[in-house]
Design a protein around this ligand. Structure first.
Ligand SMILES: NC(=O)c1ccc[n+]([C@@H]2O[C@H](COP(=O)([O-])OP(=O)(O)OC[C@H]3O[C@@H](n4cnc5c(N)ncnc54)[C@H](O)[C@@H]3O)[C@@H](O)[C@H]2O)c1
Length: 615
């Protein structure tokens, strides 16, 4: 293994390497979208582009970084990081809570080679599926198009990995240095994804894009020639699971028994993998919301029973069939809809086969806001007592959700999103007490994909006061969902390359097959049995960020910024003492620094100040 010598070429903005022109994209077989290979020269006319993402890439040419630490080794194949996981253990002893700080030494290993990754979307011809495909194409081709407010350019806004950033730490001036989230570890570039999928509707992807009415016309026109040869594979249609109003589009079906349908899905995955020359495939359910299926002992409660149920042709939902097929093919399966696809038997099968599964229901709009707002309210000590959420939308998802059993799946998925925040505050809420929480969804065809979400939050203030917040959120639902789908795939793939061990258990292991690290991206996060469910958005984000930081031996992001809170500098950083103030601080009255960092701004002289320990 090599020492810290190899430069970590983790990341270079995919924008910089993108294709200059809108050259036709080569296709793989019928219906597979694949990248167009070697980047061509950049379009110089776009170099002055005011697009913030583009500017950031130019500004942060240093988006690659190396961690200089004896605990981190960059080998030719993998990055290995020694990491001290410091946490606490609490026990109740004789009416007293005793808190024990604990520390566990981990070794994280991340394979550096990024695979050629294929994504199979179930429901490829839907609004989300066609929008994600269009987004990747538009970015890969670096398309721009006119709108009434000027030219727009393709980007990946809304993607945590592509448009989010992380702070690496402070520079010599005490300022934070940010890099793109995707710079933390080697990740697949979204432009390199290869797409395929299934849909019960035979419309090609260009027709699907037009039917979705999500994208500007000028963009659709440019994408049309690239999308019309993409055709979804036939899929499994079991009418009782989705709304009757969907039957008209079901013209592209896998017939036969459940066992035969399962085999066909497995053949499709294998065919895609080999014909597109892929290293890995991830399957993502973005088809219509199904009704919940009953979890019945003997039917779907164990892996064995679920497989027998499929062989006997007993009740199984299409989404569970896809999950089982994916797991049996060793492909991660992610559920973007609210129904209980991942029944206990499917979870057990995933565990047995050591395949990642994740779910449920993309966290895109109203629920995402809720998981921030309620965290803010309860976290600030306000007692939220009523949350009323109303939506209307006019896309096909809305039409499907207008049927009561499918709406019920969505209602369940949306309902528990504040539970962890309520339970975290026994000062405000007595055991069992919770806010009234009501969710309404209406189908209004005219508004199409431009979903409206109206929310009202009522909280109790001190001394009998009341605070009512009302929000109105309008946006294209699929433009929120598509970048989330991207993140799900990219993060899942990354997690497949991470393994770790502890000093006590030196046998390498992977993350649990229920990949709860993805909770940030799901409304009703699926977690391993017995794990706490976290819904609060920024806790979920920190979880991803800090685990990825651990993989390169960086401490968790703690936001303490102690460097800027001390009267005298004293923090060490990998050797030299770093001055928190831009000017050197000496004994005696501290000088006033341009950033306001002074030792005596509040009237204390340094002599009177308490000593800070040096870490
Ligand atoms: N857009 C969002 O912001 C968002 C957020 C959270 C969850 N979701 C969920 O994502 C899913 C997709 O949303 P959408 O707006 O793309 O819906 P959509 O109705 O436009 O697309 C769903 C597609 O699935 C196809 N389909 C239905 N059953 C199928 C099956 N058994 N096999 C293969 N294809 C099948 C339909 O023909 C359709 O093309 C929905 O369940 C929705 O609730 C969407």
């Amino acid at each position: 293994m090599m020492k810290t010598a190899v430069t970590a070429l983790f990341y270079c903005f995919s924008q910089l390497g993108r294709l200059a022109g809108a050259a036709p994209v080569p296709m793989m077989g019928m219906g597979t979208l694949r990248p167009s290979g070697i980047p061509q020269a950049r379009d110089a006319s776009r170099d002055g582009c005011p697009c913030p993402m583009f500017q950031l890439s130019a500004m942060e040419a240093t988006a690659e970084f190396v961690v200089e630490s004896p605990d981190v080794v960059y080998g030719p194949d993998a990055i290995e990081a020694q990491y001290e996981y410091r946490t606490t253990c609490v026990s109740r002893e004789g009416g007293v809570l005793k808190v024990y700080p604990t520390s566990t030494r981990f070794t994280f290993r991340t394979v550096r080679q990024v695979p050629r990754l294929g994504v199979m979307l179930v429901g490829w011809g839907g609004n989300n599926g066609s929008t994600l495909t269009a987004a990747v194409l538009a970015n890969r081709l670096r398309l721009s198009w006119p709108t009434r407010t000027g030219r727009k350019e393709a980007n990946y806004y809304g993607s945590l990995t592509q448009a989010g950033t992380v702070s690496l730490g402070l520079d010599a001036e005490g300022q934070e240095v940010f890099v793109p989230f995707s710079a933390l570890l080697p990740m697949v570039a979204p432009d390199d994804l290869v797409f395929d999928g299934w849909d019960i509707s035979s419309a090609n992807l260009a027709e699907a894009m037009r039917r979705a009415q999500v994208l500007d016309w000028g963009l659709q026109e440019q994408l049309w020639p690239h999308m019309e040869s993409l055709r979804p594979r036939p899929s499994v249609y079991i009418p009782e699971f989705i709304a009757a109003n969907q039957s008209a589009r079901a013209d592209n079906l896998i017939l036969g028994t459940r066992a035969q349908q399962l085999e066909q899905i497995r053949r499709d995955i294998r065919d895609f993998r080999s014909s597109a020359g892929l290293d890995k495939v991830i399957v993502l359910w973005t088809a219509n919301t199904e009704r919940f299926c009953e979890v019945v002992p003997g039917l779907n409660d164990t892996a064995e029973n679920l497989l027998r149920t499929i062989q006997l042709g007993l009740e199984v939902s299409p989404s569970t069939l896809f999950a089982v097929a994916s797991i049996l093919e060793g492909c991660a399966f992610l559920n973007g809809s609210p129904q209980n696809t991942l029944v206990p038997g499917a979870l057990e099968l995933a565990r047995q086969r050591r395949v990642f599964v994740g779910g449920d229901d993309f966290k895109s709009g109203q629920t995402k806001v809720k998981s921030v707002l309620v965290d803010f309210l309860i976290g600030s000590g306000l007692k939220t007592m009523s949350i009323v959420s109303y939506n209307h939308l006019g896309n096909n998802d809305g039409q499907n959700l207008s049927a009561p059993p499918q709406f019920r799946s969505k209602e369940v998925s949306k309902s528990s999103v504040v539970d962890d925040m309520v339970q975290s505050n026994p000062v405000l809420y007595a055991p069992g007490e919770e806010p009234d929480h009501c969710v309404v969804i209406k189908y209004v065809p005219y508004v199409g994909d431009s979903k409206r979400a109206l929310d009202e939050y009522t909280s109790e203030l001190m001394l009998g006061g009341t605070n009512t917040l009302v929000l109105h959120n309008t946006c294209e639902d699929s433009l929120l969902a598509a970048p989330i789908m991207l993140d799900l795939v990219l993060l899942t793939e990354l997690c497949q390359r991470v393994s770790f061990c502890t000093d006590a258990d030196p046998e390498p292991q992977s993350f649990h097959s229920v990949l709860s690290l993805l909770s940030f991206l799901f409304k009703a996060p699926l977690v391993p049995p017995g794990s706490p469910v976290v819904n609060a958005l920024f806790r979920q984000r920190s979880c991803i960020e800090n685990i990825l930081r651990a993989c390169v031996g960086l401490p968790p992001q703690n936001h303490m910024l102690l460097e800027h809170k001390m009267e005298r500098p004293g923090l060490t950083r990998g050797g030299p003492v770093v001055a928190a103030c831009p000017v050197p601080c000496k004994k005696g009255p501290a000088p006033t620094a341009p950033n306001g960092c002074t030792g005596d701004a509040n009237g204390h002289s340094q002599v009177e100040a308490p000593q800070m320990p040096t870490t």
